[in-house]
Design a binder for this molecule. Structure first.
Ligand SMILES: Nc1ncnc2c1ncn2[C@@H]1O[C@H](COP(=O)(O)OP(=O)(O)OP(=O)(O)O)[C@@H](O)[C@H]1O
Length: 952
């Protein structure tokens, strides 16, 4: 799990890191303000010695000291990625296959010019034009790469990355870049470690050091001194870039920024090779194929023309020009731009995509496995029901303010007191216009509020019975336990968790004011009460207690032989925007599977509220049932159930379900927030992490981070992903079809024995790089179509250049080709001059080739409009709905007019002024192309079912 440089605890902006004296003592030059490393080794020190050595304190640093150290050591950051290699990266733009072919062509053309007798300025022009193409292409590529990098950096910066520290004795949440040496960091499972630290307190801490060691197994960490040794092996140190996967602890920061172990490795790591997405690879492969065709065509034309009496150099330069003209210059850059536009649009809709790959995968998502709390619901829990001693109580009042009240029965107070003691959340009183806020887990916050409503003060209770040990909640056990001192030498364990899990560990129950053995009959009544709450969509937690011997009993002793105190039921309102998003996914043929640790009845009630379940009987499978299924059984379950809820599952189940869906050929998006969701997030086609509530580990493993945690943002991102794919297809059809229009007249003239070219290489370059680039970009930025979510997902294996795409390229290119051949030969024949008498300077010839170039430009304008829709009439979508496209097309025609009428450009392009009637003829041809497309779409619409992914 290697974090990208600049992620874990760092942002990628600074060129210079903090000074080296902020390093981990014992591994580097010197600790902060301490003696020389030889005299001191932090791993070997006791906790008080660590504080002394780093000028820290168990209450953390003071605000003033922290700010002084920040000035001294600078921010906790790593330098930006890949900066400082500008020249190398610019040079790399000239080494790709296209660039090399073009450079060699330019050189040969230049040599041909020097050998020519007499020298023809057109040959020199061509050599320079090809060189210009290479420079322009490299410039676009470089600028594009640079801007993609900036986008990635700014997106990274938007992903919240904070850490918790103790300053002036108060816990605070800080941006990781503000950490300074000597800070006391509070760590818990799911945190990414933001600096190199020495643990001074550790409760079952385990970390994953994969980013540093490549070893992905969790390793235990302790707070005790350990003997000197290699830094990474110090069992009481945690390092930047690694993750805490279990336990809680406190640690003192020893090194930040580039002085950390991660910083050292980062400095040594060469820039990672840029990964291409499958889409980019397909386009590159297609471009190479076209380049191959161009080469073959050039060679063929040379072979045909060489024996025909033309000067050798002329024929050679001509063939080379044709070849260069057919190379799809600028295509990869256009593709990257349109993917980057998609990424930016998604970011505006709260979905941060970390890799371009996700943009295209999103478009073909067919299954979304979603969490419940926070994603479908608002994660604002309120305890609305209590059940204690066989009696149910309603809790009035809403929100976090202690406005309502609960029945002040003794049993209820004990239930809430125990629940509050067993909570890590904190309630922050209203500040200004804000209401009460919960710090920490919202489930626990709701319990604290309920305790407040019963007249209890959680802080006072904690002071009376201080906590001496904690066994944190984990979604496998579905329980959390704490141990408290409640007398001189007596201890009580407070346990809360999922009702069935907790009941299995109880042997007594508080019943009508007394402790009664938990008989089967009583157990059934508890289960019935829990089911009743769950069926109303409430999250149910059971609470139990027992006396234990000693302050640190084994987990097995704490979580057995318990006495059940009662149940709490909390309501979490669904997010209002989710219903529409769920509808959109349904229309788009995307299956939504709810994956939750909650009770099946709670899950079903919530699923109904947000529209995931509509039928009378959804399939519900629990984690235990999944365990009992082999792979074939799981496949059958996934295949047979249209509405599926997976309940009481752990993150391991999530992973299994994702894999099973992928076996069925589905493209799976999965949400996750916990550290142990990371494997499923990584394995899924699109791992979606929660930006607001998720853990750092989940955010690192995911390719998409939702800033607002809402399911609706996933649905929007899928829509945008589809739209990006459609747009790419549009401009590919647009660009490749005109290649046919460029090649056809050349071939026709060659075979008809016409001695000159119907369009020169320089003219073709003017089209490819002048008039076609902007419309292609405008097509790549087409707004999201309204019907984008009205068709089923694109099949995983569908190729970008599918038969239908190739068919359209041939259809549109074919019409254009017929049009330009017709105008050229009509012009030539109308003059009555025999073919053999034509020279390059002949006005009729110059007019004819101007007609060919203008014909392609004008028909490309109509072509751009035609490719905007697949099957819907473009007039229904609105001719004006993409003003950029019209402006880009207008620019192309303006450029063409300049080439036709401006004398300096006429000299460069060998063109002639066109008459208004000529433009009218060309516009007529263009309109015919649009009409033919409209007719084709009309026929398609008349056909019954739409092929997948093409409804427009
Ligand atoms: N802080 C907690 N302490 C004790 N038990 C808890 C706590 N949070 C949740 N539980 C219990 O564990 C069960 C599973 O919770 P978990 O948080 O693993 O589910 P989840 O998959 O995150 O749920 P969701 O899909 O609603 O987000 C809950 O139904 C609840 O009964």
């Amino acid at each position: 799990m290697k974090p990208e440089p600049g992620r874990s605890g760092t942002a990628t902006v600074r060129e210079d890191g903090p000074p080296n004296d902020a390093e981990l003592p014992g591994t580097g030059p010197s600790p902060v303000g301490g003696p020389e490393p030889s005299a001191l080794s932090v791993p070997a020190l006791t906790a008080p010695e660590v504080f002394a050595a780093l000028n820290g304190s168990p209450r953390g640093l003071s605000a003033a000291e922290a700010s002084a150290r920040q000035t001294r050591y600078g921010p906790n950051e790593l330098p930006g990625v890949g900066r400082g290699h500008v020249w190398r990266r610019l040079a790399a733009q000239f080494t790709d296959l296209f660039a090399v072919v073009l450079l060699v062509s330019s050189l040969i053309t230049f040599l041909a010019y020097t050998l020519e007798e007499p020298r023809d300025p057109a040959t020199l022009q061509l050599a320079l034009a090809i060189l210009g193409v290479v420079l322009l292409n490299a410039g676009i590529g470089f600028a594009q790469e640079y801007s993609a990098e900036r986008t990635a950096e700014s997106l990274q910066a938007m992903v919240p990355h904070t850490c918790r520290v103790l300053r002036d004795g108060e816990p605070q949440e800080l941006p990781a870049r503000e950490l300074v040496p000597g800070d006391l960091v509070l760590l818990e499972a799911g945190d990414a470690v933001s600096a190199d630290c020495r643990l001074v307190e550790a409760h079952d801490v385990a970390v994953n050091n994969a980013a540093l060691t490549g070893e992905s197994d969790a390793v235990a960490r302790v707070a005790d001194p350990v003997p000197d040794g290699p830094a990474l092996e110090a069992r009481n140190c945690v390092f930047m870039g690694t993750d805490v996967v279990a336990g809680t602890g406190r640690a003192v920061v020893c090194a930040i920024g580039t002085a950390t172990e991660f910083g050292r490795i980062f400095r040594l790591t060469a820039e990672a090779p840029r990964q291409q997405t499958p889409l980019q690879r397909q386009v590159a492969a297609m471009a190479r194929r076209v380049a191959g065709v161009a080469l073959a065509t050039g060679a063929l034309l040379f072979a045909i023309r060489a024996p025909g009496g033309q000067p050798f150099v002329d024929t050679f330069v001509f063939s080379l020009g044709v070849m260069v003209a057919l190379v799809p210059e600028g295509l990869p850059a256009t593709l990257s731009v349109s993917l980057a536009i998609g990424v930016r649009r998604m970011a505006r809709k709260h979905a941060l995509v970390k890799q371009l790959l996700a943009v295209e995968a999103l478009g073909s998502t067919s299954v979304v496995c979603t969490d419940k709390t926070g994603t479908l619901t608002q994660a604002e829990m309120t305890v609305v029901q209590l059940w204690a001693g066989g009696v149910a109580h309603a809790v009035s009042g809403v929100g976090y303010g202690p406005v309502g009240e609960v029945a002040d029965a003794g049993a209820v107070r004990e239930l809430l007191r125990t629940a509050a003691l067993c909570s890590n959340a904190r309630l922050v009183p209203p500040a200004g216009r804000e209401g009460w806020r919960v710090l920490g887990d919202t489930t626990e916050g709701a319990l604290l509020v309920a305790a407040g409503k019963a007249g209890l003060d959680p802080a006072e209770e904690e002071a009376r019975t201080p906590r001496v040990a904690e066994y944190p909640f984990d979604s496998d056990r579905k329980l959390m336990s704490t141990v408290h001192r409640d007398g001189d030498d007596t201890y009580v364990a407070c346990v809360k968790g999922a009702p069935l899990e907790l009941l299995a560990r109880c042997d007594a129950v508080e019943w009508e004011g007394a402790r009664a053995p938990l008989t089967d009959a009583l157990r059934d009544r508890v289960v019935a009460a829990a089911d009743g709450m769950a069926a109303e969509g409430l999250r149910v937690l059971a609470v139990a207690r027992r006396q234990v011997a000693g302050a640190h009993p084994a987990l097995g002793d704490v979580e057995s032989g318990l006495t059940l105190l009662g149940l709490t039921g909390m309501y979490d309102p669904p997010r209002p925007e989710v219903r529409d998003a769920v509808d959109a996914c349904r229309r788009a043929g995307i299956r939504i599977v709810m994956v939750t640790g909650d009770h099946p009845l709670t899950a079903e009630a919530v699923a109904r509220r947000v529209g995931i379940v509509r039928g009378p009987a959804p399939s519900v499978a629990t984690g235990a049932q999944l365990d009992a299924l082999d792979d074939a059984g799981l496949d059958a379950l996934l295949a047979d159930s249209a509405e599926l809820l997976l309940c009481r599952v752990s993150p391991e189940h999530k992973m299994r379900v994702v894999t099973a869906f992928q076996r069925r050929g589905e493209v799976v998006a999965v949400t996750g927030d916990g550290a142990n969701d990371a494997p499923a997030l990584k394995h899924a086609d699109i791992g979606v992490a929660m930006g607001a509530s998720g853990t750092d580990v989940a955010r690192e493993a995911a390719v998409m981070v939702l800033l607002d945690d809402s399911f609706a943002s996933i649905s929007t991102a899928v829509g945008l992903g589809r739209s990006v794919y459609r747009n790419i297809r549009k401009f590919l059809i647009y660009l490749f079809s005109h290649n046919i229009a460029e090649l056809a007249p050349i071939l026709a003239a060659t075979f008809a024995g016409f001695p000159l070219v119907p369009i020169t290489a320089v003219q073709v370059l003017a089209i490819d790089l002048g008039s076609d680039v902007l419309p292609a970009l405008a097509l790549g930025a087409e707004p999201m179509e309204r019907d984008v979510m009205d068709s089923p997902p694109r099949p995983r294996r569908e190729r970008l250049f599918s038969a239908s795409v190739m068919g359209r390229i041939l259809f549109l290119g074919g019409i254009q080709a017929i049009g330009v051949c017709a105008v050229f030969f009509w012009h030539i024949h109308a003059s009555g001059i025999p073919y053999a008498d034509f020279t390059k300077t002949d006005p009729v010839y110059r007019e004819a080739i101007t007609m060919v170039q203008a014909g392609i430009v004008v028909s490309q304008f109509f072509n751009a409009l035609a490719v905007r829709t697949d099957r819907q009439s473009v007039f229904r979508v609105g001719l004006l709905s993409n003003p950029w496209l019209l402006a880009a097309g207008g620019f192309g025609i303006g450029l063409m007019a300049a080439i036709s009428y401006a004398p300096p450009l006429q000299a460069v392009f060998d063109t002639a002024p066109l008459a208004p009637a000529d433009w009218a003829v060309l516009t007529g041809f263009g309109a015919l192309l649009l009409a033919a497309e409209e007719l084709r779409k009309w026929v398609l619409r008349r056909r019954v079912a739409a092929p997948k992914g093409e409804t427009r």
